[in-house]
Design a protein. Structure first.
Length: 300
């Protein structure tokens, strides 16, 4: 990062903790590593910027009637943004090789996601909702026919070039009938969970503490729209997260744990909504949960 100008030597009085975590194997089956800096103390005194991050479900629901998909991934997206010189000293960290600070936006800063999303929205203004969508550094381009898709790709490439934003080619997919996007597999007929992400849920060990339950529910909740009556199945697990409730893993919790795993493995493909046809809203409630399902289907 020093050679790339992402960081520089620093004399800043700031110093946030740092550690190294492994990344996924690359296309050559080589292990890469990522620097993670704990900016919690800095974030605690940072004024938050209010800017909306897109809802993933809203993006996925608007991909109907598409037959071709391409996904683009920016190369170290956050690092493509410069930091104001007067703020760089606050990002400092120490390693055996010395004391350094970032010239470009690092991961972990409180306002980094909103800042990056704001940039991408400006970059792709007028294209989102008709040719593409962007969630942070992940872009999906969609179209009904091949010629339109080529036009859409060229339009997006032109915008990225104008903003001097660079892609990571090995993580891009072009002209596919089915692609992985934001933890889902999207195709002509609908959306389904990414099996690789589902595997992390199905291989999750039996929780031994409330912290483990939170981790498990965090994973499975990402796909809760694929699991009808999710709250009902999760009730016995969430009950162990209440204050002053002792952690006692019983048959009831084990059954809920296994049921949620099973429901996700057999999750259906969710069809895209057709906004030219009527919707049916079904609601229900109990003493511990409420639910609503927005659906479409044959009348009667």
């Amino acid at each position: 990062m020093l050679d790339q100008g992402i960081i520089e030597p620093s004399s800043s009085p700031w110093s946030s903790p740092i550690w190294i975590v492994p990344k996924k194997l690359d296309s050559q089956e080589q292990r890469k590593w990522r620097i993670v800096i704990d900016y919690r103390k800095l974030n605690d005194i940072t004024i938050g910027e209010t800017y909306p991050i897109p809802q993933i479900s809203e993006i996925l629901d608007q991909l109907g009637n598409s037959k071709y998909f391409s996904t683009l991934d920016l190369a170290s997206g956050f690092h493509q943004l410069l930091i104001k010189p007067e703020d760089a000293s606050k990002t400092a960290f120490s390693v055996p090789q010395g004391h350094f600070q970032f010239n470009r936006m690092p991961f972990g800063l409180k306002n980094a996601p909103s800042t990056f999303q704001k940039l991408m929205n400006a970059c792709l203004s007028g294209l989102q909702g008709s040719r593409c969508f962007v969630y942070l550094d992940d872009i999906v381009i969609y179209s009904f026919d091949l010629s339109s898709h080529i036009d859409n790709l060229n339009a997006v490439f032109k915008r990225l070039r104008n903003y001097n934003l660079k892609l990571q080619p090995e993580k891009c997919e072009f002209l596919r009938k089915e692609v992985i996007y934001l933890g889902h597999i999207i195709g002509e007929h609908g959306v389904k969970p990414n099996p690789e992400k589902v595997r992390a849920v199905t291989e999750f060990p039996v929780p031994k503490s409330p912290k483990d339950i939170k981790s498990f529910l965090g994973l499975v909740s990402y796909y809760r729209r694929f699991i009808p009556d999710f709250s009902k199945y999760a009730k016995s697990l969430t009950s162990l997260l209440k204050k002053d409730v002792p952690f006692e893993w019983k048959n009831e919790q084990q059954l809920s744990f296994e049921t949620l795993k099973g429901k996700l493995v057999t999750a259906p493909v969710l069809a895209y909504p057709d906004f030219t046809k009527p919707f049916l809203l079904t609601c229900d409630a109990s003493n511990y949960a409420i639910s609503a399902i927005l659906s479409q289907g044959p009348v009667g």
